[in-house]
Ligand binder design. Structure first.
Ligand code: GDP
Length: 459
């Protein structure tokens, strides 16, 4: 799939950061070098790579400190946000429908970009959403383009307006244009709008001619069609596999027809997909859709943020990061840390911390994210979710005095707690041992390093 090698490369770049407590400028520069190489190898244009890495570096070295994230996670977060930005966050929007139907959508792009295929997908998608679309064959350049659109339309169950006589829509209704329009794509387009109004089609999708390379004649024809029908959307379809030519092509079409949005096609194609990462930021136009295969349903609305998460292969982690930032109670963590350093951190505090952590999701994903939890890490890493349930049950069966001062928990108390929480005495023993170990560790750590020894609490 597109981006798969970029995804691997980026996750490697971050891997080096993960073990670090604090990042030096050299760490950040090393990571950024790897990100730069990964992006260039994915065919992202040099100008985009430069400004991207520049912004990431500046932010990573800047004063963005969040209590809830470790330094490596902060870099990932910055990369994710900047990736979202170059994929068009801020200019992203849904398809623009006309107030008075029909909505007119014109497709432009090089030959082979995937326009005709897209026309079918878009028609199918719109029909599914309750619209009554009409496809228009205004590509009269390529000998079999009209037939191809008819095949696509039939498969999608969407009628096709074509310049030949007697063409049948799949609904059995003739939607043929008068025969005399053959050969003039501008007239076909104009007539199709009249036809759509008469027949109450509410979206008209006009397929236009493409050439193998950008040329002025093609551009003029597209402009003439545009000026004849005043489309609500001019969608520039670009093959995501086009590589370094993406920027040149996109700029040419932007100047040539002033398109309103981008459709990335063949995102299923290869492992690079650099066009996707260049086009929005180079043209400032939103990417509205992505085409991900030859089938009618291999098509999706494009969301910059989701695509960025997908590229970084961290949808879940990002959600966790967001949740951590939303839910993490910094005040409580500060309190816990000061209790640790005073040696007054009891089992009830431990329970409170466990509950905070549980709000966030599965244990093993979270440990590194929670400031102040580093001291519990060894003990906690041995716990699975069931053990956490058990731990909670055991602590809940203790009296407040026992929680504050576990030393008083003798043999008979242990038996009572085991019975009360439905556990064995050895489970209670195990918990108390681990807590004792963790407390020792906390005291050592906090005494040696003060608050600075706890990640997230600064130096
Ligand atoms: P047009 O010349 O711009 O109309 O391009 P076509 O729609 O004819 O597409 C050119 C070729 O690319 C055809 O063989 C399509 O089946 C194929 N194609 C189009 N979109 C996609 C896509 O998203 N993924 C893949 N794998 N192939 C596609």
């Amino acid at each position: 799939a597109a981006f798969s090698s970029l995804t691997d490369r980026l996750s490697n770049a971050f891997k080096h950061l993960k073990s670090k407590g604090k990042l030096s400028e050299a760490d950040i520069d090393g990571t950024i070098r790897e990100i730069r190489r990964a992006l260039l190898d994915a065919d992202v244009s040099l100008e985009v790579v430069r400004s991207f890495t520049g912004r990431v570096r500046e932010r990573a070295l800047g004063e963005e400190v969040s209590q809830a994230l470790n330094p490596a996670q902060q870099v990932v977060k910055i990369v994710n946000e900047e990736l979202t930005a170059i994929l068009g966050a801020g200019v992203d929007r849904p398809l623009n429908f006309a107030k008075n139907p029909p909505t007119i959508i014109m497709l432009a792009g090089l030959q082979g970009a995937g326009k005709t295929t897209l026309a079918g997908k878009l028609g199918y998608w719109l029909k599914d959403a309750g619209h009554t679309p009409l496809l228009v064959a205004a590509d009269l350049q390529r000998p079999n383009a009209v037939t191809q659109l008819q095949v696509v339309g039939e498969r999608a169950g969407v009628p096709v307006y074509a310049p030949e006589k007697g063409v049948q829509s799949d609904g059995g209704e003739a939607v043929a244009a008068p025969g005399q329009t053959t050969g003039d794509p501008v007239k076909v387009a104009r007539d199709s709008i009249e036809f759509a109004k008469r027949k109450l089609y509410d979206v008209v999708i006009i397929d236009t001619a493409g050439r193998l390379g950008v040329d002025e004649e093609l551009m003029k024809q597209a402009r003439d069609i545009r000026d004849a029908v005043h489309p609500n959307e001019i969608l520039f379809v670009i093959d995501a596999m086009i590589g370094q030519d993406a920027v040149k092509t996109a700029k040419a079409f932007d100047e040539g027809v002033d398109f309103t949005g981008v459709v990335l096609s063949k995102l299923d194609g290869d492992a690079r997909g650099g066009a996707a990462l260049s086009v929005a930021s180079v043209t400032g136009k939103p990417i509205l859709f992505a085409s991900t295969g030859e089938g009618l349903k291999d098509f999706e609305v494009f969301h910059p943020d989701r695509m960025a998460s997908r590229i970084l292969d961290m949808g879940d982690i990002l959600t966790l990061i967001e949740q951590a930032q939303k839910q993490f109670d910094e005040e409580q963590a500060r309190e816990a840390a000061s209790k640790m350093s005073e040696g007054t951190f009891g089992l009830d505090d431990f329970l409170e911390q466990l509950q905070q952590v549980r709000k966030l999701g599965p244990m093993k994903n979270l440990l590194g994210m929670i400031p102040g939890m580093a001291a519990h890490r060894q003990a906690l890493e041995q716990l699975d979710e069931h053990e956490i349930d058990r731990t909670e049950a055991i602590i809940r069966s203790m009296t407040p005095e026992e929680r504050r001062n576990p030393k008083i928990i003798d043999g008979s108390r242990r038996a009572r707690i085991a019975y009360g929480s439905g556990n064995t005495v050895s489970a209670v023993n195990g918990l108390l041992e681990r807590f004792e170990q963790a407390s020792k560790m906390m005291r050592r750590m906090t005494n040696r390093a003060g608050m600075g020894g706890i990640p997230g609490f600064g130096g």
